[in-house]
Design a protein around this ligand. Structure first.
Ligand code: COA
Length: 159
């Protein structure tokens, strides 16, 4: 999977994306340090320990560089930045039953604005899966020759 580049100077505004998520009954907000366990559990249940470990790094940043989507007191999505490497976005995920409601877009833009506020001019989406989604929401472009990127020589999972 390739890495993608996002020009942070040209980001679309965040507010309409957050409002769309809110209209679907979902709040987009920065995670709190005391929410590490439920956020990690949510990620691990669907996407495994690796993603959960990556996001843990964001909880050590101040401000915390992890956004979550919440509904009725539960985590239904997450997005993280400045975790895996500097200026990196990811990982991110939305619970299957909450997809296609604008939640992933709101999480992505919240994180990219977070990178921009740190002073970065470009953000990197490391090992991008849904490249069309990133291109559409943030104008991201595939970086030539970027695969394989950092996700090589991976440790084997224990049975
Ligand atoms: C990728 C993901 C986060 C998108 O979340 P989502 O909440 O469904 O996305 P949104 O509803 O905000 O999508 C915004 C727009 O992009 C489109 N879109 C969503 N996923 C897409 C995809 N994989 N390819 C192309 N377009 C996509 C939506 O149709 C939507 O269009 P609309 O604005 O006309 O309604 C979600 O599908 C997911 O969790 N996937 C599994 C984990 C994953 O692959 N993470 C990325 C790792 S790099």
């Amino acid at each position: 999977m390739p890495d993608m580049l996002v020009k942070l100077l040209d980001l679309p505004p965040l507010a309409p994306a957050v409002e769309r998520a809110e209209a679907a009954g979902v709040r987009i907000r920065r995670a709190q340090a005391f929410e590490i366990t439920p956020v990690r559990s949510f990620i691990e249940e669907t996407w495994g320990q690796g993603w959960s470990d990556e996001v843990s790094v964001g909880f050590a940043n101040k401000p915390v560089s992890v956004y979550i989507a919440t509904s009725e007191g539960c985590v239904v999505g997450f997005g993280a930045y400045e975790c895996t490497r500097r200026a990196y976005f990811g990982p991110t995920g939305v619970a299957e039953s909450y997809r296609k409601k604008g939640i992933g877009a709101a999480l992505l833009l919240a994180c990219l604005w977070g990178l921009r506020e740190m002073g970065y001019v470009y953000g990197i989406i490391g090992g991008a899966g849904p490249t069309e989604f990133y291109a559409r929401i943030a104008g991201a472009t595939v970086i030539p020759d970027s695969s394989p990127g950092i996700y090589t020589d991976l440790l084997k999972k224990k049975a």
